[in-house]
Structure formats: C-alpha cells, structure tokens
Design a protein around this ligand. Structure first.
Ligand SMILES: [Zn+2]
Ligand SMILES: [Zn+2]
Length: 139
C-alpha cells in the first residue's frame, strides 16, 4: 500500500482498507501460506517530519502441522505500528515493513490440534486417522 502524503491532513487520521495479494507480499514461506487475499487496514497520522502508521492485518492462514504434516487453517491477525521519517518524501510504501511483521509470526512449530497423534515413525501412517500395526509388532 502506498500512502501519498498530500492526501493526509495534520489533524486527521487517514484511513484506508485494502486487499493485498499474498503473492505480492511474498509471505508464503516455510510452513506458512495464505490461500486468499490479506486484508490490510491502515490508519496514518502525519506530524511535522514523521508519519505514524497503525495497521491491522487479517487473513486466512494455512500452516503445516509439525507432527502429522497435514495442513490446517488458522486465522492470522496482527496489529502493527510503524514510524516513518518523511522528510523530503511525497509518499510512503508500507509493504516491506508489513511483510517483515507477518514473517515474524512464522511459527517454528505448529500443531493442528491439541492431542495430535502425529505420524507413526516406522510406517508413516497418520495416527489421527488410522491405527497402524507397528505398535503391536513392537510389543
Ligand atoms: Zn497434526
Ligand atoms: Zn506404523
């Protein structure tokens, strides 16, 4: 999202809602992906030299379970506050900072549900859905 500073008045917040294509933000990384558009709502205030941007990011997120390797949906929501030095600028693009804030929320580990049984280490069966025979053989 590009904010033109001429659109902002000193004493009033500038508000804009935009839908952003996750591919444009390059946020489908690792075990995290966004199947649909991201909603970006921005409120911006201009002071003498600075711009303060308060942004809310919302979207459906898909994660891969670290235990059973199945994908599951997870709502992504984050509030972000950004400050820009606007001396000599006529516009500000917030995309890079918004991207960084979303990437920061990439989990190291994700679990699809409490009590996910994961995969059998010997045959790879998804133990949430089936019982394999490995266990009975081992004992
Ligand atoms: Zn799982
Ligand atoms: Zn097994």
């Amino acid at each position: 999202m590009k904010i033109y500073l001429k659109d902002l008045q000193e004493d009033r917040a500038f508000v804009r809602d935009e839908e952003v294509d996750p591919a444009d933000l390059d946020i489908n990384v690792g075990i995290m992906s966004f199947p649909g558009p991201i909603r970006l709502r921005v409120e911006a205030w201009k002071s003498k030299d600075g711009l303060t941007v308060s942004a809310r990011v919302e979207g459906d997120r898909r994660l891969v379970c670290s235990l059973c390797l199945e994908e599951f949906n997870n709502l992504f929501e984050k509030d972000i506050t950004l400050h820009y030095d606007i001396k000599g600028l006529d516009s500000v693009i917030v995309d890079a900072e918004v991207r960084d804030e979303i990437i920061l929320e990439h989990p190291i580990r994700a679990v699809c549900r409490a009590g996910c049984k994961g995969l059998c280490p010997s045959c790879g069966a998804n133990l949430n859905r089936e019982t394999c025979r490995c266990k009975s053989k081992a004992f």
